[in-house]
Design a protein around this ligand. Structure first.
Ligand code: AMP
Length: 282
C-alpha cells in the first residue's frame, strides 16, 4: 500500500492514475477501522480500479471537545487492516496539512443541516463539509463511499457535490449499515463503552427492528413513543431524539402515507457516549 501524508504527493499520484484511465474509489474515514469501514472499502474495490482510503480525525466536526479528545486513534492497527484488504493508497495527513490556516467557510444545505444531527450537534455538518470538500479536491475520485449508518451525512454529501463541487465529477455511493452480532451498529465509539453499557446498547437496534414490525399496527406518533419509552427504560440509555421522516428529504412525517420511503433516525446517550442508528421502514 502506498502511504501519503501530504496533499501534494497524493494529488499528484491520483492525477497520474487518472491520466492512465484508472477509475478511483475513495473512502474517507476517521480511523479506528471496523467491519463497517471495511465494507465500504470492499464496495469501492468492486467498482473501481484503484481504492484510496483517508484517515483523519477532523477537529472541525466535533462540537464536543471531550468527544474529540477521547476519539480512538490506532493508525498502526488500521494500516494492517488496510493492507489485508489490499487497499492501494492511504492518505493520512496531520492537522497542519489539512488546516494550514483556520477554515472559515460556511456551507448551507438548507433544511438538511438544521434538523436531527444538525440541530443537536451545532456546526457538525459544516465541519464535515469543510474536511470532505478539501479531501475531494485533493483526491478527485470517480466515486466516494459513505455508510448509511450516518444517513443524514450521506444526504448532505450528495448535496455538497451538487451545490459546491460542480467542478468535480464525483458520484456519492451509499452502503448498508454493518452491525455487530447483537444488532448494534458498528462504530468506532463502541470501543469507549464499558461492558455493561455495551450490553445495554444492543437495545437501540433491537427496538428499531421491533418498530419495523409494528408499523402496520401503530400510528407514527405511537411508534415514536414506543421506541423512546422502550429505550429509556434501560438505566444506561437516554434517547436524545427519535424521528420518523421521509427518507429522501428527512422531513418528519405524521402519517405513514405522507412519504413513499420512510426512515426512523435515532440518537441515544449511553453514559457519556453518543450513539446514532437508523432503520428504513420500507
Ligand atoms: P467514520 O470513521 O466514523 O467517520 O466513518 C467513515 C465512514 O464509514 C462513513 O461513511 C460512515 O458512515 C461509515 N460507517 C461507519 N460505521 C459504519 C457501519 N456500521 N456500517 C456502514 N458504514 C459505516
Amino acid at each position: 500500500m502506498e502511504i501519503y501524508k501530504t496533499k501534494q504527493e497524493v494529488n499528484n499520484r491520483i492525477n497520474e492514475l487518472k491520466k492512465q484511465g484508472k477509475t478511483i474509489g475513495f473512502v474517507p474515514t476517521m480511523g479506528a477501522l471496523h467491519e463497517g469501514h471495511l465494507s465500504l472499502i470492499r464496495c469501492s474495490k468492486r467498482d473501481n480500479d484503484i481504492t484510496v482510503v483517508s484517515i483523519f480525525v477532523n477537529p472541525t466536526q466535533f462540537n464536543d471537545p471531550k468527544d474529540l479528545e477521547r476519539y480512538p486513534r490506532m493508525i498502526d492497527k488500521d494500516i494492517e487492516k488496510l493492507e489485508a484488504e489490499k487497499v492501494d493508497i492511504l492518505f493520512a495527513p496531520d492537522e497542519k496539512e489539512m488546516y494550514p490556516e483556520p477554515d472559515t467557510r460556511q456551507f448551507d444545505f438548507g433544511y438538511l443541516d438544521k434538523i436531527l444531527e444538525g440541530k443537536h450537534r451545532q456546526g457538525h455538518f459544516n465541519g464535515v463539509a469543510q474536511v470532505v470538500s478539501k479531501l475531494f479536491d485533493i483526491i478527485p475520485a470517480t466515486r466516494a463511499y459513505f455508510g448509511k449508518k450516518d444517513y443524514q451525512q450521506y444526504l448532505i454529501m450528495r448535496e455538497l457535490v451538487k451545490r459546491y463541487m460542480q467542478h468535480l465529477d464525483i458520484e456519492i455511493i451509499p452502503c448498508p449499515i454493518i452491525r455487530e452480532k447483537d444488532g448494534l451498529a458498528m462504530s468506532s465509539r463502541n470501543l469507549l463503552l464499558s461492558p455493561e453499557q455495551r450490553k445495554s446498547a444492543a437495545l437501540i437496534s433491537q427496538t428499531l427492528f421491533r418498530a419495523k414490525e409494528l408499523t402496520n399496527m401503530m400510528s407514527v406518533g405511537e411508534l415514536k413513543q414506543f421506541v423512546v419509552d422502550t429505550i429509556n427504560q434501560n438505566p444506561h440509555l437516554k434517547v436524545e431524539y427519535f424521528e420518523i421522516a421521509d427518507a429522501e428529504t428527512l422531513l418528519p412525517i405524521e402519517n405513514w402515507d405522507e412519504a413513499k420511503e420512510k426512515i426512523g433516525l435515532i440518537a441515544v446517550y449511553c453514559g457519556e457516549i453518543r450513539l446514532i442508528d437508523n432503520i428504513e421502514f420500507n
